[in-house]
Design a protein around this ligand. Structure first.
Ligand code: THU
Length: 126
C-alpha cells in the first residue's frame, strides 16, 4: 500500500493547478481503513488562497468520513523531495502521527514520522 500511495502521489503531479509558482505537488493519503485519497496543489489568482496538495488530500479523506491516517506520500519534481509546509504539518497532525514519505520523480526519498516534522504539535483535548 505504501508503494501504491507513492505511485498515486507522482500521478497527481499532472493534476496540480500551479500556473503561478509552476511548482507541482502531488499527495496521497493511506487511511487506517486501507483507503487512498489523493490531492494536488491548487493555486489561485488571489495567491493567498492557494491550497497545498497535502491539505487537498486530507479534506477529501475527512469529508468522506476517514479520520485516521496511516501515511501520506508527497511528490514533487524538484531536485530534493519537498517537505510539507508548517500549515500542512499542523493540519495533518489532527489525524494522527502518520508516516510522511517525501519523494521526487527521480526516485529520491525521505521518510519521517509527522511528530518528527512537528514536535509537540497542538491538539485540543476531546
Ligand atoms: N505546496 C504544497 O502543495 N505543499 C507544501 O507543503 C508546500 C507548498 C505548494 C503551494 C504552492 O502551490 C506551491 O507549492 C509553491 O509554494
Amino acid at each position: 500500500m505504501i508503494k501504491k500511495i507513492k505511485e498515486e502521489a507522482i500521478k497527481m503531479l499532472d493534476y496540480s493547478y500551479s500556473p503561478f509558482s509552476k511548482f507541482a505537488v502531488g499527495a496521497a493519503i493511506l487511511t487506517k481503513s486501507g483507503k487512498i485519497y489523493t490531492g494536488a496543489n491548487i493555486e489561485n489568482s488571489s495567491y493567498g488562497l492557494t491550497i497545498c496538495a497535502e491539505r487537498v488530500a486530507c479534506v477529501k479523506a475527512v469529508s468522506e468520513g476517514e479520520l485516521e491516517f496511516e501515511a501520506i506520500a508527497v511528490a514533487t519534481r524538484s531536485e530534493e523531495p519537498a517537505s510539507p509546509c508548517g500549515a500542512c504539518r499542523q493540519f495533518l497532525w489532527e489525524f494522527g502521527d502518520m508516516d510522511v514519505i517525501l519523494i521526487n520523480t527521480q526516485g529520491k526519498e525521505k521518510e519521517y514520522k509527522l511528530s518528527q516534522l512537528l514536535p509537540d504539535g497542538f491538539k485540543l483535548e476531546k
